[in-house]
Ligand binder design. Structure first.
Ligand code: ZN
Length: 234
């Protein structure tokens, strides 16, 4: 989304608060009008009295500064910042892109586990299979080999939110992001391999052409000369 700060005005020498009424009469969206409201009031409080003064101040900002100013004004108006809005939009795009690719479902989890390294079963004093609460159980001997998060308490990938809606746990987006990273890596590797193959094939064709050109050098009266020697065609 392209963001902009629009300050409608009739005359640069108008009082800065005139921008607020000019905005209300303009075709700016309600949110844009709210931003003008915040910026004009703030300028006024800081002793900038004309619309021109506000415009000069905003015009002197670089891209980053202007974005910061817009974020600030939107938040002050009770809206989400432009940056947050962009982020949410990007997240939503990412989520729908990822859904289209059908990532594998979250790994199945069970409280009945064996050591991920040696297969030892945790047991109760009674000898029964002991239930565990961690993501991926490792026995005491192999606990040091557990990856980060393996021995953390298991969190269901999805829970139920209001209205019975499925809500992903905090870890689920991380799992999907990791899957996506690997997916991209895989794609890049495949592309590199394809390019390398095409290059090798191109080189091979060049070699054949060179050899052919060498071999096709001179052929006089059935005697063909090439770097390898002389051959008489019968
Ligand atoms: Zn073990």
């Amino acid at each position: 989304m392209d963001w902009a700060i629009n300050i409608p005005f009739k005359d640069r020498d108008d009082h800065v608060m005139e921008a607020v009424s000019a905005a209300r009469k303009s075709d700016l969206t309600e949110h844009e009008q709210q931003v003008v409201d915040v910026l004009a009031r703030d300028a006024h409080e800081r002793g900038i009295h004309t619309v021109g003064g506000l415009l000069d101040e905003l015009g002197g900002l670089d891209r980053e500064g202007a974005r910061g100013r817009l974020d600030w004004a939107r938040e002050k108006a009770g809206l989400i910042s432009a940056t947050e809005s962009d982020k949410r939009r990007a997240d939503a795009r990412f989520e729908s892109a990822i859904r289209e690719l059908e990532p594998p479902p979250p790994p199945k989890w069970s409280p009945l586990q064996r050591c991920a390294i040696c297969g030892t079963t945790p047991v109760e004093p009674s000898g029964a299979w002991k239930r565990v609460e961690v993501e991926k159980w490792h026995c005491a001997e192999h606990e040091h080999l557990a990856a980060e998060g393996d021995m953390d308490e298991h969190v269901a990938p999805y829970g139920f939110g209001v209205n019975g809606r499925l809500v992903p746990s905090e870890r689920e987006p991380a799992r999907l992001a990791e899957w996506w990273r690997q997916h991209e890596q895989e794609q890049n590797r495949e592309r590199d391999e394809r390019e390398q193959y095409a290059r090798r094939k191109g080189e091979a064709i060049d070699q054949v052409r060179e050899r052919f050109e060498e071999e096709a050098q001179v052929c006089v009266a059935g005697v063909r000369m090439n770097p390898g020697g002389v051959r008489v065609n019968l």
